[in-house]
Write a protein that binds this ligand. Structure first.
Ligand SMILES: Nc1nc2c(c(=O)[nH]1)N[C@H]1C(S)=C(S)[C@@H](COP(=O)(O)O)O[C@H]1N2
Ligand SMILES: [Mo]
Length: 395
């Protein structure tokens, strides 16, 4: 199995034909200013017209996928349940390591009865399953119109069954997942090589839904998305899904690496036993969230489309309010599944010409309602942006 051809295609600037034009790009975490080529509207179905949002600035995005670069998708363009592999957003903090599938090994080490080393063939020889999992970056948010997002069909094998085979020892607390991507940081005058890594508590790691995935939408896992194997923790923010996975280490202490202890840490105000305190939390499960992403018109009929994401708790409904009017129940896409993103739409009859505001909210079966911006706790970091998001359009 070799995906290098695919990678070369993506990297080859001559191969414009197979790539879609409409892509976002962000350089170092800020929205890159774009001088040209100006604003291009997404591809539409025959006769369909995108009703322009008035809250999207003309300078918003339009840059193709660049190798080694983070990109997000234009959420106005989302018109299918599964996201193409090339469109699915990309985030990597330490670049994209080159891995030869033939040399790749996955090692399970630390507090286990049997240390295990697997080749790709060994791993792919294990019992396989497929799961549709959608997720967003913990840093996704309104400033990007939620474009750090995607939904794909993944194929892989159970993490829990592999860990059971290794035999986690008494007293173990955390399972650490290391990627092959390493960065050199200068710390107190010394150069230190650090691999990207994230950890899960033993119970979180043993959830039956977690998988080690080697295929995405029927193709070998693309280089950019963590070839040959990545971890997938359904219901969690993207940062948990370690790409280019090479080592799983079981230990009896907390793993305090950068992406657990410093970055992807939300700082917000909380009531701690009657005392109001600023509290830091590592980004883990996805919050209950929905957003409107596109409004279209076809033959005089208007439709509002959006997505919802959460931790996998069953949803009760999504509702939409137009111009501050009553909440109307949206239709859910029949493809939606437990860990997919949940697409929804509402047919909007006879909107009056002019500007309108539209907002969605999602409610789960436990009665949790997506919060308004005002209801959210005070927060200083941009991680976990999940409040109701009011959009404006001109009809
Ligand atoms: N090895 C490795 N895995 C990683 C990362 C990384 O930088 N290195 N980034 C994480 C983050 S922050 C996100 S949001 C997701 C993005 O996955 P994608 O690029 O396939 O969409 O990968 C996660 N896994
Ligand atoms: Mo992320």
């Amino acid at each position: 199995m070799n995906t290098d051809n695919k990678r070369d295609n993506i990297m080859n600037p001559e191969d414009e034909g197979r790539r879609k034009v409409l892509k976002g790009a962000l350089g170092t975490g800020v929205l890159a200013a774009v001088s040209s080529p100006g604003f291009i509207l997404p591809a539409l179905a025959q006769g369909e017209r995108l009703v322009p949002f008035t809250d999207v600035p003309d300078t918003f995005q339009v840059r193709d996928v660049r190798p080694n670069s983070t990109h997000y998708l234009d959420t106005r363009e989302i018109d299918s349940f599964l996201t193409d592999n090339d469109d699915f957003y990309l985030v990597q903090h330490y670049g994209q390591p080159e891995i030869d599938n033939a040399d790749w090994r996955l090692r399970i080490t630390g507090m286990v009865d049997n240390e295990i080393e697997l080749s790709l063939a060994d791993l792919m020889g294990r019992q396989a399953r497929e799961e549709i999992v959608g997720f967003e970056c913990g840093g996704n948010g309104q400033r990007l119109f939620h474009g750090l997002i995607g939904n794909a069909n993944w194929r892989g094998t159970s993490l829990a069954s592999l860990l059971r085979e290794a035999g986690i020892q008494e007293g173990a607390k955390e399972v650490v997942f290391f990627g092959a991507d390493v960065a050199t940081e200068e710390i107190r005058g010394r150069e230190v090589d650090k691999a990207f890594a994230r950890s899960l508590s033993v119970p979180d790691a043993m959830r039956e839904d977690n998988m080690l995935a080697w295929a995405m939408n029927g193709e070998p896992l693309p280089h950019y998305h963590g070839k040959p194997v990545r971890l997938l923790v359904p219901g969690w923010y993207g940062v948990a899904n370690v790409k280019w996975l090479t080592q799983i280490h079981v230990q009896d202490t907390r793993y305090m690496g950068r992406f657990m202890g410093r970055d992807y840490v939300t700082l917000k105000k909380e009531n701690v036993g009657g005392v109001e305190r600023w509290v830091e939390n590592s980004v883990t499960t996805m919050n209950l969230k929905s957003a409107v992403i596109r409004v279209t018109e076809l033959g005089g009929n208007y439709r509002i489309t959006g997505f919802a994401l959460n931790d996998g708790t069953e949803l009760d409904r999504v509702e939409i309010s137009i111009d501050g009017g009553p909440w109307q129940r949206a239709q859910m896409d029949p493809n939606n599944s437990r860990y997919s993103w949940k697409l929804f739409h509402l047919d909007w009859d006879d909107p009056a010409p002019g500007e309108h505001s539209i907002v969605s909210r999602v409610i789960d079966v436990d009665g949790n309602v997506q919060a308004t911006q005002d209801e959210l706790p005070e927060k200083v970091s941009y991680w976990e942006d999940f409040g109701q998001f009011t959009r404006t359009v001109r009809v």
